[in-house]
Design a protein around this ligand. Sequence first.
Ligand SMILES: O=C(O)C(=O)Cc1ccccc1
Length: 288
Amino acid sequence: MISIAHLGPSGTYAELAALYYVSWLTKNTKIEASLSPYPSIFQTLCSVAKGESDLAVVPVENSIQGGVTVTLDTLWQLDNLQIQLALVVPITHSLISRSESLDSIETVYSHPQALAQCQKWLEKHLPKVQLVPTNSTTEGLEKLENLQAAAISSLRAAQLYNLPTLANGINDYPENCTRFWVVSQPGNTPNHEILKDGAFYTSLAFSVPANLPGVLVKPLQVFANQDINLSKIESRPTKRSLGEYLFFMDLEADVSSNEMQSALAALSNYTEILKIFGSYNVLPIESL
Ligand SMILES: O=C(O)C(=O)Cc1ccccc1
């Protein structure tokens, strides 16, 4: 039995992503899994780094809001985490409340990503409310004894806690989806048959030795030279001093391929610290 950590309380989108993964595991392997909710994304990842859980399922990027910075920062900070798999989950938000109508809502609780994904809807329908960020979309559901309160979470969460919804599909963009990573400690890899033919993506991050003109050109050129496509680049502050950055990249090649091995050997000449987070494929959830 493997344990899978995810952002809780139960009913989050991260739990939904973990459930998709478990359903794939059940169908394709003999591995059984149990889910453990954690109060924050940071604690979810720490539980794997400490060996308390075998795997964590964490959001990494939203199609509307971009990177989930805590996930990127924590992966950089904790040295022993590897990405095993990615999954992309469609996100549809509901406004959950015991109130009879929108008119009496004074406060809306949710995860900052969810509040941001419903910004226009909130501006239009609830322009005067106080928006309160929470650690997850389900954390705010505890506050709904108060009839003036509402929370943004999934319809699935509303059903789980037997709570009524005031509006459904309130995200500003219907194509809203979030990419999640399944991470483990390096050796602790459940036998992913999906990886049999090699992985499609490699994710890594690096700092550069000095803030000079052209310092990012060389690392980019290294991958271009090997004909490796860059599918994402994101910078994050090093937190050492203002204006110094780390660069997180997703590349379309397996770390063990000749092209990637050559690129990485060349890359190390132009980076200060280089961390490789792993090679992985995307689990197609429509196949489940
Ligand atoms: O809070 C949740 O439910 C999460 O899993 C994080 C999140 C929040 C908003 C969109 C996608 C994931």
